[in-house]
Design a binder for this molecule. Structure first.
Ligand code: GLN
Ligand code: ZN
Length: 758
């Protein structure tokens, strides 16, 4: 009989209880013992919910005190020397030290989990002496069984993915590392087997990326070793986020189950099954309910997909699953009392997805007629969504189609615009500027709250924002910056701010998802055609410009970043959404220009995030992403200088695309890989304006003049001095006022020294 199964459930809690507990513990408001108790309560509540919904096979050990990759490293005793760990059980102080840094030791690096916005802690293998420090999956299994009678399925991050995500070893040592880790994995599984565990979910999402023959060989080794170590246990080799490469190799492995994603990469996986069948001795974990999107599944379509799969895999070897862990979606739509009913009715967060899994399992077992009324309800709900008038706006569709048919291009190429802009702006060598935001003090946040609650009227709040702008325009002049910004005091968040002003967006009350550690984000929902309504940034920018003779740079978030940091509709291609955003933002660019703003920055920090996992799909994505940026910015006058900013990730393999964006100036975060990035700009002979961030804004430390002067010297060894700008790494929103002013003063001084030399 088919059964339902979940790959993992969100940790944060419906009301972010988990986040609150972690932060209370960190700040000393919660004692360690109470903290453990609180987390146990949350963990059990999540299991209880899945049990009550009727999920047959519930994942355990998906819960974490911070991050599951960190959990795995810690379980194997892989703790960097700087945390002075001496073996045995890893204390919470060490665990959180690795995640967040201590007074003496910087935190471990954090990076994005595949193509999601979840960040994991990167294990550092150099110098590590792996040894088992505990068996967390076993503890989780025992707890679920003892407390709730749940026969859980422990989840374990697989060795190949673990290694691939780790750093601090050379590729040549991969096999040696595998040799060291496998016995530990074997031990964990053996203990689970002895305990009577039936299924273990071995997560190997790396199988959805391009695999070399060597990797497949390693995978074989992993599966043979582990199957042999615990023959009484059923291993579910779980993949997600894309279709698998090397399907035939994978289904031939000696494991009991293979979990495939039939949402992301569905086409590939279905094709593979159709072409090669599915082995008769294995269970298929069919991931048919989207673990990443927020929309209701069409139960009818999913049931049809199950039927199709059913032609190759009979019911008794079928698990109906989510496509990946539900970690990536909010907890429940229950709190969304303020959304239009037609929109709310079409949403499914984690809890609603549990219901879908149960229903679809029922359909697989007893036929679709057994869920006839639910099928009908689901059809109605999806219909209702389509009936919203925001969904399709003929006017917008027409305009965007017309605009996207032309090649968005500035009137003159950079080489010809550049001298015109030089003449217009008369900037000194190495112009100094910042990335946009200035510190959002408690006062600023307080004022916004009062205004949102209606205690302050628009006038009062507007006056407050103008005061902030005044203060910072004066400060910037006094510090001696060349190109000023208004400071973004009116914005909480660079996506939310624009989403609230554009048509086509909705905002949830409680749609939080974990981004990293206790940090959660609440992405807006793009559910309708995106359209410009009225100027969004002109008033503040114009005001700032009226207070100074120096140029003030307008500040917008780019189309790709807004899209990648939102939950988006699925009825039209992402490319179309990007063009709609671009067309709307172009109108803002034009409004700023008409208001006398001649420098406009369009931030695109999140371009990299949308990059498809499969290399073959990447060029296409980059092509339309670049096009969307150009569409946003191409209609301005020759004298108008377009800036962009990127940060948070590696760009070294994207220089050609960055160049194709055709911005006059790009400022780019470099603190993570300074040398490397400069090198790639050198190789690619990037020839437009560029500001490599000269200091890391993530730290409260005020950088010394000499440090920044050295950075500048280094950059100028490869970059053209006439095109070089000087700026911090990123926006200064989270910094304190004094440290910001001091840092910028030092930056301007370092610039003065550089100007003397060149
Ligand atoms: N202009 C934005 C700011 O300064 C850019 C933020 C970002 O790059 N993430 O806050
Ligand atoms: Zn940035």
């Amino acid at each position: 009989m088919a059964i339902s199964s979940v790959l993992g459930y969100p940790r944060i809690g419906a009301e972010r209880e988990w986040k609150k507990a972690l932060e209370a513990f960190w700040s000393g408001k919660l004692e360690e013992e109470e903290f453990h108790g609180k987390l146990k309560e949350i963990r059990l509540a999540h299991l209880r919910k899945q049990q009550a919904k009727g999920i047959d096979l519930i994942a355990v050990n998906d819960f974490s005190y911070y991050d599951h990759v960190l959990d795995t490293a810690v379980m194997f005793g892989i703790v960097p020397k700087r945390f002075e760990y001496e073996g045995g059980a890893v204390p919470l102080s060490v665990y959180y030290g690795m995640a967040r840094g201590t007074k003496d030791a910087p935190a471990c690096e954090m990076t994005k989990w595949f193509n999601t916005n979840y960040h994991y802690i990167v294990p550092e293998l150099d110098g590590a002496e792996p040894a088992l420090t505990g068996n967390k999956p076993l503890a989780a299994y025992r707890e679920a069984k003892a407390e709730l009678g749940i026969e859980g399925k422990p989840v374990l991050l697989g060795p190949l993915t673990f290694l691939k995500l780790s750093k601090g070893y050379s590729a040549a040592d991969t096999d040696a590392w595998l040799e060291r880790l496998l016995p530990l994995y074997a031990q964990v599984l053996r203990e689970l087997e002895q305990e009577g565990v039936q299924w273990v979910q071995l997560d190997e999402p790396i199988l959805a990326t391009a695999l070399t023959d060597e990797d497949v060989e390693r995978l074989r080794k992993v599966c043979y070793t582990l199957a042999e170590a615990a023959p009484g246990l059923n291993l579910m080799l779980q993949t997600y986020f894309e279709s698998v490469e090397r399907y035939s190799d994978i289904v031939a492995l000696p494991v009991k189950g293979i979990g495939l994603d039939f949402v992301h990469g569905s086409a590939g996986n279905v094709k593979s099954i159709e072409a090669h069948g599915f082995p008769a001795d294995k269970v298929l974990g069919a991931g048919i309910v989207d673990g990443r999107g927020i929309w209701k599944s069409s139960l009818r379509d999913k049931a049809a997909l199950l039927r199709k799969i059913g032609a190759y895999v009979p019911n008794d070897r079928l698990m109906v699953q989510s496509s990946c862990s539900l970690l990536h979606v909010p907890v429940t739509t229950e709190y969304e009392t303020e959304l239009p009913a037609q929109l709310k009715g079409a949403l499914a967060f984690a809890d609603e997805k549990l219901d879908e899994l149960v229903l679809l399992t029922k359909a697989a077992v007893s036929g679709e007629a057994s869920i006839a009324s639910e099928l009908k309800q689901c059809d109605d709900a999806l219909h209702a969504l389509e009936s919203l008038e925001e969904r399709v706006r003929a006017d917008i569709r027409q305009e965007v189609a017309a605009v996207s048919q032309t090649n968005p291009e500035r009137a003159l190429p950079f080489a010809e615009r550049h001298p015109i802009q030089q003449k217009q702006w008369q900037l000194p060598l190495f112009p100094t500027t910042t990335i946009g935001s200035f510190p959002q003090s408690a006062d600023v946040r307080k004022a916004r709250q009062l205004w949102r609650k209606g205690e302050w009227n628009d006038e009062r709040y507007g006056a407050f924002i103008r005061e902030q702008i005044d203060t910072w325009i004066r400060l910037q002049e006094e510090i001696g910056l060349d190109v000023l910004v208004h400071g973004e005091f009116e914005r909480t968040d660079m996506v939310e701010f624009f989403g609230e002003k554009l048509a086509g967006f909705a905002f949830t009350k409680n749609g939080w998802v974990q981004s990293y550690g206790s940090r959660c984000v609440k992405p807006p929902v793009i559910y309708g055609d995106v359209a410009f309504r009225e100027a969004m940034t002109v008033e503040e920018t114009k005001y700032a410009q009226s207070r100074t003779q120096r140029p003030v740079k307008g500040m917008l978030t780019g189309p790709i970043t807004i899209m990648n940091w939102s939950f988006v509709r699925e009825d039209i291609p992402r490319e179309q959404i990007a063009y709609q955003l671009a067309y709307a933002l172009r109108q803002e660019v034009e409004a700023l220009e008409s208001a006398g703003i001649g420098m406009i920055q369009v931030d695109e920090p999140a371009v990299r995030e949308g990059l498809p996992l499969k290399e073959k799909d990447q060029a296409e994505y980059l092509a339309w992403a670049v096009k969307a940026f150009r569409m946003t910015t191409c209609t301005v006058r020759d004298t108008t200088q377009i800036h962009t900013h990127m940060c948070y990730c590696e760009f070294h393999d994207m220089i050609a695309s960055i160049e194709a964006m055709d911005a006059d100036v790009i400022s780019i975060e470099t603190s993570r890989s300074h040398g490397e990035l400069i090198h790639s700009f050198e190789e690619n002979t990037y020839k437009m304006g560029i500001g490599l961030g000269v200091y890391d804004i993530h730290s409260p430390r005020v950088p010394r003049v000499e440090e920044m002067a050295a950075m500048i010297d280094r950059a100028l060894r490869v970059l053209d001095p006439r095109l070089f700008w000087i700026n911090p790494d990123c926006g200064l929103k989270t910094r304190g006022k004094e440290e910001t002013v001091d840092s910028l003063r030092n930056m301007v001084e370092a610039t003065r020294l550089a100007r003397e030399k060149y």
